[in-house]
Design a binder for this molecule. Sequence first.
Ligand SMILES: C[S@@+](CC[C@H](N)C(=O)[O-])C[C@H]1O[C@@H](n2cnc3c(N)ncnc32)[C@H](O)[C@@H]1O
Length: 282
Amino acid sequence: MVTRDQVEQAIAGWQEPFIDFLCVHAAAWRTWVEQSDSMVAGAHVALEDVPDFFKSDYEWAEAVLAMGDQGAFNWNDPRIVGLFAKAVQTPFYRLWGDTIIGIALALADAATSGALVEVGAGRGNLSARMLDAMRARGMSRPLVITDAHATVLDSLAGLRRQFPAQSLETVVWDVNQPAPRTVADLRGPVLVYERASLTYANFQSIENLARIADVAVLGDYFNYTGELFAYDRLFEKIGLKPLMYSDIKPLLERCFSGHVVVDRRVHETISLPNVCLIIAWK
Ligand SMILES: C[S@@+](CC[C@H](N)C(=O)[O-])C[C@H]1O[C@@H](n2cnc3c(N)ncnc32)[C@H](O)[C@@H]1O
């Protein structure tokens, strides 16, 4: 269990640089709103005109529009595989990952937490960064990496070879469902963390997650205003569901004793419609 004070201590040092980065680099978000509108309307938008922060979204939008024309979205298209690889290397994605992990590990220390559980491993970018950070700290807590799809977990086999000393388990868990036994039976305070995975699940997955989590570090695209833009509609075509903070907030309030939106000040400063880091604790 952790207290609000411990959460504030865990955030300290991570929160300001994260907020400052977004306030500077995402400030031109309205330009991207207009550009994604134009793209959906069939107009040409040049990559060099898109604010740097949104160039990765632009490339996704282009791919979604192109594949929409072909009738079906092909996840195995080399262009899509390349976009995934590129997306995790952007300065924001790297900072996001470091911030999630830095806060998660500080909270794990504070909670004298038992196991760490990752939701939605994807290509294992966040998993690998977590394992690196745990090794650097000499932290030996069990790590359980989960995803809705067994094939995703199969592709993480290399992590076991890379981190042979780490207690590491992979478990199939669709967070739209209650956790499987292996996860539900974990002992000691459990810390759950994730990045960009709940947005593929239903917002009610928060309840399933809360059943097993004493602390949750949620890095995701939480829509803070309820307003949807052309890019939201485009990304829905590849499975991203708008994750409304107004839907999630009552669940967090019911299932946890407290939660904090780490980057709320970004919304207050530049009116960015999304917040992307929430910590909840029991
Ligand atoms: C964008 S990837 C996650 C990337 C990864 N977390 C990272 O930061 O490197 C989204 C992942 O969520 C998984 N996913 C989709 N729906 C899910 C669900 N209902 N439950 C659990 N995982 C899900 C997908 O299989 C995919 O691997």
